[in-house]
Structure formats: C-alpha cells, structure tokens
Design a binder for this molecule. Structure first.
Ligand SMILES: [Zn+2]
Length: 470
C-alpha cells in the first residue's frame, strides 16, 4: 500500500496507523533503530464484538532488523588470494568446497566460496607452483600470458566470474620481484586490463592488494605508515596511477594490505579515502593470530594456518557475537598434488558443520560485503492498513557511493522481526516483493521474522579445463 493511499484512508476516518515517516521525514526508520510503528487509532468505547474484530485485525508490530538471515547468527567469507594458483589446483579446491561431489579431498562441502584472480604474471622468483606438471611460477593462473595481451587463463576466469567462483581482483597481477625496488607494472597495463575485462563482461567489485613492494599498483593504505609509501595505484601523477580507471570499472571494496588479528567484527567495512580523493569501501580481513616479540605479523593465511583460523573457538565466538568474519587465505598456495593438507581439510569440514547447523552463513566475499552495507544502511518505513503491516524498503543510504534504491539482489537476506509474518507485507518502495522471494520464519527465541530470500544454493560443478593452461 502506498503511503499516499494510507493518508487518504486516514483522512477518510478509517482506523489506520502509519509507522515511520516517509523517506524525507525526520522519523524515517534506519537500520539499527528498530521499527516503532504507531498503533492504530483506538476509539474509546467499543462493543465486545467490535473489540474482538479489532484484536483480530490489529496489524502486527515490526520489531526492527534481524542481524542475519534466519536462522543464521553470523556470516563468514573465505577470501583467498590467487598467489601460486594453477587451473588444476583451483578446480580441485573448488570442487571440494563448492560442490557436493565425491572429490579427492573428500565429500564436497557445498559452501558458497569465490576466489580471486590476477590479470598479469610478472614475478621473477624461481619456484614450482604445482608439482604436477612442474609448473613454474611464471605460469601461475592469470588472465593474460605474462604482461602481454595474449589470453592465458582468460577463458576459465571468464566462466568462473560468471558462475560466481571468482569475485575478486587480486590486483592487476603478480608483480613481486626479488629486488623490491623494481617493478614491471605500468599504468598502461591497468588501462589494457580494464578494457579487456569490460569488453568480455568480466566485472568484479572486490579488490585485494597483493605481494611485496614491487606491487606498486596496490592502494588504500598510503599515508597510514611509511611502510605503505610503495603504494601508488591511487597517486595522481605517478606512472602507476590507475584508480581513475579502476574505480569506474566497478571496484567498490578494497582490502588495502592491512593485517588484523580480530576474527569477529560487528561490521567489516569502513569508508576509505584514496590519495586521489576518490572514496571506496575498505574492508578488514583476518590475517594473523599473533605477532613476534618485535611486533611483526605472524601470518596464518596459508593452508597450514587454516586450522588455527577456523578453530572451534573462533567459530563459536563469531556466532555468539553475531559478527562478520572475512578470512584471508591462499588456498592454492602449496605446490603439492593434494594442495590442502589434512588439517586444512578438517578445518573446512568443521566450517561446513557450522554452516549445516544453521548457525553460520558461509558466503562469498562480495555477497558478505554487500549484505554488510545493505543491513547497516537500510532505510525503510512501516505502515498499517486493514490488519496488515507493510514494510517499505526505501533505500540503501550508502555513505560512500550515495543513497540509492536497491535492486532485489542488494537486499537479499534482509530480515525483519515481526509479530506475525503472515500478516506482514514486504515491499520494495510501494510494490510487494515477489512472494517467491519472501521467506516467513518461526520465532528464533526472540520473535518470528520475514525476510528476502538469500541466494539459492549452487553446488554445481563449474570446473572447466582449458587446453594449454596448467
Ligand atoms: Zn597475493
């Protein structure tokens, strides 16, 4: 029902309550405030039959947003960097984590996990990244071959971006050099990469910084500490400046090479102002548990650290906190045929048990980040008519990219506590959401709830082989 119609009915003397004010009103409901809908006007004297009628027709109360889609209590994403990735290792790991097939690593876990990719490879270190085929580092999986414009893994990466097995750009490439004063990155490479990705429809909106100081295309932490002076991706005038191309390409979320030993957070995003004045969302990743006595980070983001990262204590704490966790990894980081050691497999199986129990929603990084923004900056209001309550989702008041009316995908998982889901109507603006996308949930101990359905589970095997790609 439209707010305007509600007002007309009210002027006509029909008992009706209007919740919060419309979009520009001072009492518009914001995320976290909890909805406080007005009660229906109640005449002072009513006959018993009328009282019964009114009780039956009283519109349910909305109690505000649930933190996560029912029944989940927390959300976690695995955010794995493309270092040392080969197509063979990528496929092995994704078949195990994403599908429910029998795989060499065990029964597939059926979790939503998306990876990252490089566009170029220019690393001059000498080691083997895959013992099978003795693949040298220079043949790790990247969109183009070396720093050329000849496709290498482009075909596979294109498929994986489309199906959701890749959602993150791990910088423009692996530019790590043995001599960190040198780099092979140039702005032109970024321009060519953006042109090719756009032409092929390969769009991702998450960026994670990579590697040592030769990776001058990194950005986001410049000015934080002297250590980060090497980052020039967002520095106008630098031969390595590219964020004037990269942000318009569609990057919205940036992990700016900052470590953290905090596993569970109420929110993982923060506004980030770049050196060129552009604004994006930064996000935290859990990268380490400890520091050396000298304060150096002891990274635990390899498969050998996965058991420590996904410990029972961490997962239980995350669920008790009702928090978000983005866990940094390098799941294709080992050169061994089986890729993941036994303890890492066991840790992922533990994660899957938490997901299956309905406590922990495991989601790809981009989905977690978008949900974090939508939930924390959702604007909605509540109206009542004829015993029903209408929740109107008006906008996501994104403080970085600006307020906008969300698409349905942007509000997937958004869940409201309500006295009675069956008599609550979810609307995007003033139009009811497609009933197929609305879920009614029983009480979780606090209240029943109504929400917009989370993404459908996809456990299909999307793995492909590409001739000539290791
Ligand atoms: Zn990396």
């Amino acid at each position: 029902m439209s707010t305007r119609l509600a007002r007309l009915l009210m002027y006509a003397g029909i008992a009706i309550g209007i919740g919060a004010a419309a979009t520009t009103g001072p009492t518009a409901v914001r995320a976290g405030d909890g909805a406080q809908p007005a009660r229906a006007h109640q005449p002072s004297v009513l006959q018993p039959a009328a009282l019964e009628w009114q009780a039956a027709s009283r519109a349910p109360t909305v109690y505000g947003l649930r933190r996560f889609p029912y029944p989940y209590r927390a959300m976690l994403a695995l955010s794995s960097d493309a270092d040392s990735q080969t197509l063979r290792k990528f496929n092995l790991v994704h078949r195990f984590i994403n599908t429910t097939e029998r795989t060499p690593l065990g029964q597939g876990l059926g979790l939503d996990y998306a990876d990252s990719f490089f566009v170029y490879t220019a690393n001059d270190e000498r080691h083997v990244v895959d013992e099978i085929g003795r693949v040298p580092l220079q043949r790790e999986l990247s969109y183009f071959e070396g720093t050329s414009q000849a496709p290498y893994g482009a075909k596979a990466i294109h498929v994986y971006v489309r199906v959701g097995w890749i959602d993150t750009l791990h910088t423009y490439g692996d530019f790590s050099q043995v001599d960190q004063r040198k780099t092979r990155f140039r702005r032109q490479l970024a321009a060519q990469a953006v042109a090719a990705l756009k032409a092929n429809g390969d769009s991702v909106d998450v960026w994670t910084d990579h590697g040592n100081r030769s990776n001058v295309d990194n950005f986001g932490a410049r000015g934080r500490r002297r250590l980060y002076a090497y980052q020039q991706g967002d520095l106008p005038g630098s031969p390595y400046y590219h964020t004037d191309l990269t942000i318009p390409y569609g990057i919205r979320f940036v992990w700016p090479d900052i470590s953290s030993n905090v596993f569970s957070r109420p929110s993982v995003v923060f506004p980030l102002r770049l050196a060129d004045g552009r604004r994006v969302w930064g996000f935290w990743r859990y990268t380490n548990e400890r520091y050396t006595p000298h304060g150096a980070v002891v990274w635990n983001w390899t498969p050998y650290g996965l058991n420590e990262q996904l410990s029972e204590a961490h997962l239980a704490r995350l669920e008790a906190d009702g928090g978000f966790a983005v866990v940094a990894q390098h799941l294709c980081g080992t050169p061994y045929p089986g890729v993941l050691p036994k303890e890492a497999v066991a840790a992922l199986q533990r994660l899957a048990r938490h997901a299956q129990s309905g406590r922990l929603l495991v989601a790809r990084t981009s989905r977690l980040l978008h949900y974090n923004i939508a939930r924390d900056h959702l604007r909605y209001d509540v109206t009542h008519a004829f015993g029903r309550t209408y929740i109107h989702i008006r906008a996501i008041d994104d403080p970085v990219f600006g307020p906008h009316v969300p698409t349905l995908d942007e509000v997937r998982g958004i869940t409201f506590y309500t006295q009675n889901p069956r008599r609550t109507v979810l609307e995007l603006g003033d139009r009811p959401v497609d009933p197929a996308l609305v879920v009614h949930n029983p009480s979780d101990g606090l209240h029943p709830s109504i929400g917009i359905r989370w993404y459908p589970r996809d456990t299909a095997d999307h793995a492909i082989d590409v001739p000539g790609v290791s």
